[in-house]
Design a protein around this ligand. Sequence first.
Ligand code: FHN
Length: 479
Amino acid sequence: MSSANSLHVPETHTGLSHADCGKMIIFGTVMKTREIFTSLLIAASLPFQQHAAAETMAEKESRMQWFADAKLGIFIHWGIYSTGRTSESWAFHNGQIPMADYMQQAGEFTADNYDPTGWARLIRESGARYTVITTKHHDGFALWDTRAGDVSAVKTGAAHRDLIAPFAEAVRAEGLKLGFYYSLIDWPREDYPETYRDKPPKYDITAEPARWQHFLDFNNAQLTELCSTWHPDLIWFDGDWEHSAEEWNAPAIVDLLRHHNPQVIINSRIQGHGDYATPELGVPVTRPDSQWWETCMTVNDSWGYRTDDHNYKHPVTVLRMLVDCISLGGNLLLDIGPRADGSIPDEEVAILKTLGRWTSKHAEAIYGTRAGIPAGHVQGYTSLSHDGTTLYIYLPYRPTGPLEVKGLKSRVRRARVVGDGTELDWRLYNDISWSEVPGVYYFDIPHNALDPEITVIALELDSPATLYRGAGQVITANE
Ligand code: FHN
């Protein structure tokens, strides 16, 4: 059954782009070539595997399973910058405001209307399966009661209390996975050699290794507090770009985290020692090389709350980004920015509620799916069920005629609208038994079955999806 236009691709991602994969792709479960791809997979994942040498790929896949299935997470940037007047940390780092003035915003960081239970409920209702909150941004302001330093919501903020503890409890109560954002860089500290553009660093770490070690010890003490107290499911590092893996002593940090939770998932921003890639502010055009990845995205143009940023994305735009990530086999980590008092802007609530309506209706086409088929077979985003026998097609438009699907060698047994149950009629043209080029399907979608935002069609196939990827042929024999 294989031909020059045939290629079997296993369910796990190999780091190869669709284009690399040749001319015909079969989206099966267990294929003969699996071993080959597993080897490639291991090779492609090496940058993210250096520390976890003792972990087999099967063990890693098991550890990463909830993350791979989750598809949607909610990111929260909350800190003293949430007064809305400045960007998070960058404002003083870029010289837009003196550091002392920036830090004074802590006096307005009251958390008076903070409702961690309401936050967690809203996040769950959006359809997200995990959340990642800034425990400390590059400004060094900790949202928990850190004993390692003096800059925190408890000691220096108007809130005068630990803001992470009730959130962690509420997140767990909603059955969500808990992620902590932690900035490795801490620009205001005297023992951190802040450096930016033409500014010389405060000191040279090779000339003053003890001072640098003092800073690393501080970071490790804070990470120990976070991990031993709340055992987060995920650690989301940021700011690694200012130092090498050796300077950060990245393997020791990973050891520390795994000591407290062997199952913890770590993002890639620890100079290659994490588990998954984190493209930022833009859904990738081709699948990232890492088997696991997540695009982090703002709801407007800012990570933290800004009074003057009203450039909110339309909820359907956000939905399209989610579907785009799903179709490429990744997750969307959508950021919200609560105000200093803990209230969440209405526009952000509306986006999360729109996500919630759509994700609850289309759950089967979201959670546990894997990357879809390459572009060109159908006008829309696609994903596949875990076993490859259901092809989901996401339509971010209202079709003006039948939906065309070409190059599909597997036979369609049933076609339906997800979350609606409407069964679809279809026609199959040019289904020529002696040709390796499959016929072309046309599915009729009744307008009353369309979703107001993104309609999802499920094609149930007779076997794991098999595609024709050739350039057509001249038929030299006929019946
Ligand atoms: O500098 C930060 C930025 O403020 C924000 O926290 C984002 C989120 O991914 N990360 C950094 C830049 O990569």
